[in-house]
Design a protein around this ligand. Sequence first.
Ligand code: GTP
Length: 381
Amino acid sequence: MAFSFFKKRKKTEAEIPEDDQEPEQAPEPEERSPEEIPEAVPPPPAAVEDTEPEEPADAIAENKTAPSPAPAADFSEPKSGFYGRLRRGLEKTRRFLTTDVDKLFVPGKKLDDQTLEDLEELLITADIGVKATTELIAGLSKQAAGITDPDHLKEAIKEMILPYLEDDRPTDEATRPLATPHVIMVIGVNGVGKTTTIGKLAARHRANGKKVMLVAADTFRAAAIEQLSIWADRTGADILKHRENSDPAAVAYDGVEAARARGVDVVIVDTAGRLHTKVNLMEELKKIKRSMSKTMPDAPHEVLLVLDATTGQNAISQTELFTKAADVTGIVLTKLDGTAKGGIAINLRHSFGIPIQYIGVGEQVEDLQPFDPRAFLDAMF
Ligand SMILES: Nc1nc2c(ncn2[C@@H]2O[C@H](COP(=O)(O)OP(=O)(O)OP(=O)(O)O)[C@@H](O)[C@H]2O)c(=O)[nH]1
């Protein structure tokens, strides 16, 4: 069944011109000429053997071996609190989708072609994506005769979307097996909420009693290093940082080395979100990844791509770009509370097959939640 929305729509992701697909960037960082970006020369592995490893000459590492304060976040909240946050966070999307789904059905009306066409437009506007929407509408049109009211329609939509979102891998770090140390590399463009996500992740692992180290491999901006230090203080995590402009691959290498020497459980590596060109950035991410695997062959164990849900199609083009540079193991979708287009989660999972690992539904530390597809859909429709 072909619906006329495809004729009406002005611009879909397939038609966005190349220029629009540049990843969104936050304000310009301080300029640094490309020649000044240092070549990645990982330090010699000799230091590994020291029981009391000396920090590399230009490293400024803070080791909080003394019992560090438990983070203020409370992740032990009852399920009702968790769903409450999720529902509040997805309120804009829910209001947008459900109000209009309710309007599609006047009493006695059937799920006819016109209603399906309106629904199709609604789902595409919520950023669910053209491909996924087409599949959904085709599926719904087969069940149309049996769907007689809005609640029934919402249930049918949820049941059809659920298999798109489900993943066998557990997303909750409390139940997931972790390597020792478990190295998480965090990537994404500036402004998407990368640093905040790292802080929130550190708080989650600290709340599970883990010793956490943050590694400041975004050496491009002094502010990024400072922000990470603040999160380390706030969560009681160690931090490994070098001076601004030092080699990010060397910082990452030293971070993993130091973490192993100090018995750290979880290492979270921050990376730059912007360099002079996309090519430089992608090459740098590859180098960082390689340098970590030189000291620990299976590191990084996770590569989390942070995306801002409010940027819509930009999140799709950023995923295209970053998946070329790194094997992204999971997506963190932030700022879902700031958009009515929470359908982007479905679009991303459907387009790339990468699991959504966490979602951000607010600025509080507790607002970063492991992704639960059923709870997400219940909060959305
Ligand atoms: N409402 C809301 N705000 C968020 C969420 N996640 C992050 N933020 C906010 O987004 C803003 C940017 O977050 P940062 O963590 O600084 O982003 P970044 O990607 O590290 O950006 P740079 O520091 O510029 O590299 C901050 O004000 C965060 O509080 C979320 O899930 N919901």
